[in-house]
Design a protein around this ligand. Structure first.
Ligand SMILES: Cc1ncc(COP(=O)(O)O)c(C=O)c1O
Length: 442
C-alpha cells in the first residue's frame, strides 16, 4: 500500500523491494529489533579464506544498516499485538481502544454466520487444502466461491489466489514479459507496481488520476502489448479512479485495463459489486479485475475475475496460482458466506455512507484537511511523520486507535492519519473520534 518512488533511472533499475517495505502500516512485516538482536559478527576467517572473493558487502550487515537508518529517521515500523477484538473495539496492552484503522468496511470480520460457515466446513474438510489447486487441493468450496464471485461481479469466470498481492503478481507474470509495457497510476498499491517489475515489463507511471498522463504514457509505448493497471479505490487516499476515462484511453490505444478493487468491492456499486460496476463499465471495458477477500469481506485470500480465456490463461501461466497450496477450503466457505451477506445486506452500505457523511461534516466543521474521498477511507494529511505519530499517540491516549501512515508508505511531507470507517461503527463512535480530533493540538 505504498506510493511508488522513482524506480527506473536511466536504464538502471532499483528493485522495488529495496525502496518499499511493508504492506499496511502497522500490519507489515515484523520489524527487526536492532538493539535487541544485533547482527552477529562473522566467524573468523581461515588464512585460505582471506581471498579477494570474500571482499563483498555482507547482506545482513547491509540490511541492519538500512534498519538503523530507518530508526534514525524515526520511521521504524512495529507490529502491535491485539489481545482481543470485540466489534470495533480492540484491546492492546490492556487498553480497550475504539478502532478506526481496520479495513473491515462492512463489519463482517466477526460475523457469527461467517464464523459458523468456517467452523462447519472445517469440521467437514479439515484445515489445510493439502495441495495446490491443480494437484488435488481444489475443493467444492473453492468452486462455489468462484461461482458466487462471478455472479456478484458480473464476470464469466474467476480464479482464487491466497492473497491480493499474489493475485496481482500472478496476473502480471502471465500477461507481461520483457516485451510488454505496464502503465500505472503513481499511487497504485505496491503489489501492482512491484508485480510489473517482477514480470520484467517496462513500467511507466502517470501522475495520480491523470487520464491525459496515462494516455501519453501509452502513446510512448506504441507497438508494445500494454496493460494499464489502477487501483479502483486508492488505499491511502480513498478516492476513486476515473475508470470510464481510463477505459476510453485503453480502447483508443489498444491496451488492456486492469482494476485492483481491493477497497471498492463490497463498498461501491449495486449490491457492493465494486467500483467497475459503480462506473457503469462491463467486462469488455475492464477485462481484468482483481480484488482481495481480506477487506470488506472480512476474510482472507483474493481472486481474479474476467473472461473464460483470461482465467484459462491464468490457470496455465499464473505462477502464484500454480505453485502454491490452495487456500483452506473452510476459508473459501467462509468467504462464500461473506459474499452472500455483503450482496444481500445493502443496509451495511447505507449505514457506512451515513457514517462517512457524518464524519466528513464534523471534520469540515473542525477545519480538518479532508481528502476528496466518498469511500470508507478518510485520510487526514498532517505533513511530517512526527506530527502524524504525535497525533496518533494523543488519540490513543483518549482511547481511539488511528495509525499514523508515514513514508515510505506515503510520500515525504504527506504523513497522515488514515481514518477507516466501518458499518460496524455507530454514530456515537464517529462523534467520539471527532471529539478526540478536536482536542488535538494545532
Ligand atoms: C489496493 C490493494 N491491492 C492489493 C492489496 C493486497 O491484498 P492482500 O492483503 O490480500 O494481499 C492491498 C492490501 O493491502 C491493497 O490495498
Amino acid at each position: 500500500m505504498q506510493y511508488p518512488f522513482s524506480v527506473r533511472k536511466k536504464g538502471r533499475e532499483t528493485p522495488p523491494f529495496l525502496l518499499r517495505a511493508a504492506p499496511d502500516e502497522g500490519s507489515g512485516t515484523r520489524a527487526i529489533d536492532h538493539a535487541a538482536s544485533p547482527v552477529p559478527s562473522p566467524l573468523p576467517l581461515s588464512r585460505g579464506e582471506r581471498g579477494s572473493k570474500l571482499m563483498r558487502p555482507n547482506l545482513l550487515q547491509s540490511l541492519a544498516a538500512r534498519v538503523a537508518e530507518r530508526e534514525r529517521a524515526g520511521l521504524m515500523r512495529r507490529a502491535r499485538t491485539v489481545d482481543a477484538t470485540r466489534g470495533v473495539r480492540v484491546t492492546i496492552g490492556g487498553h480497550e481502544l475504539l478502532n478506526f484503522c481496520s479495513n473491515d468496511y462492512l463489519g463482517l470480520a466477526q460475523d457469527a454466520r461467517i464464523v459458523k460457515a468456517l467452523q462447519h466446513a472445517a469440521d467437514k474438510c479439515g484445515v489445510g487444502s493439502s495441495a495446490a489447486h491443480l494437484v488435488c487441493g481444489h475443493r467444492r468450496e473453492h468452486t462455489r466461491l468462484e461461482e458466487a464471485l462471478c455472479e456478484w461481479t458480473g464476470r464469466d469466470a474467476a480464479l482464487l489466489f491466497s492473497s491480493g498481492w499474489l493475485a496481482n503478481l500472478g496476473v502480471m507474470q502471465a500477461l507481461l514479459d520483457r516485451d510488454g509495457a505496464c502503465v500505472q497510476d503513481k499511487w497504485n498499491h505496491a503489489s501492482l507496481l512491484d508485480a510489473a517489475q517482477l514480470a520484467g515489463a517496462m513500467l511507466k507511471r502517470y501522475p495520480h488520476n491523470d487520464v491525459d498522463g496515462a494516455a501519453r504514457q501509452l502513446e510512448g509505448t506504441e507497438g508494445k502489448p500494454a496493460l494499464l493497471a489502477t487501483d479502483g479505490v486508492f488505499s491511502m487516499d480513498g478516492d476513486v479512479a476515473p475508470l470510464r476515462e481510463l477505459a476510453n484511453v485503453c480502447r483508443r490505444e489498444g491496451a488492456t485495463l486492469m482494476v485492483d478493487d481491493a477497497h471498492g468491492l463490497g463498498v461501491l456499486g449495486t449490491h457492493g459489486a465494486g467500483s467497475i460496476n459503480d462506473a457503469g463499465l462491463s467486462e469488455t471495458d475492464t477485462p481484468v479485475l482483481t480484488a482481495t477477500l481480506g477487506k470488506a469481506l472480512g476474510c482472507s485470500g483474493a481472486f481474479v475475475a474476467g473472461s473464460h480465456a483470461l482465467i484459462e490463461g491464468l490457470t496455465q501461466f499464473a505462477r502464484t496460482f500454480v505453485y502454491t497450496t490452495a487456500m483452506p477450503p473452510a476459508l473459501a466457505a467462509a468467504a462464500h458466506e461473506a459474499v452472500r451477506i455483503a450482496r444481500a445486506e445493502d443496509w451495511r452500505r447505507g449505514k457506512l455512507l451515513a457514517l462517512i457523511t457524518r464524519f466528513r461534516n464534523g471534520a469540515a466543521q473542525l477545519g480538518l484537511p479532508l481528502a476528496d474521498s466518498r469511500t470508507a477511507i478518510q485520510p487526514i494529511v498532517l505533513g511530517g511523520a512526527g506530527p502524524a505519530v504525535a497525533a496518533s499517540r494523543t488519540l490513543e491516549a483518549e482511547g481511539v486507535l488511528v495509525t499514523a501512515i508515514r513514508p515510505p508508505t506515503v510520500p515525504h511531507g504527506k504523513a497522515r492519519l488514515r481514518v477507516a470507517l466501518s458499518a460496524a461503527h455507530e454514530e456515537a463512535d464517529v462523534d467520539r473520534l471527532l471529539d478526540a480530533l478536536a482536542r488535538l493540538p494545532r
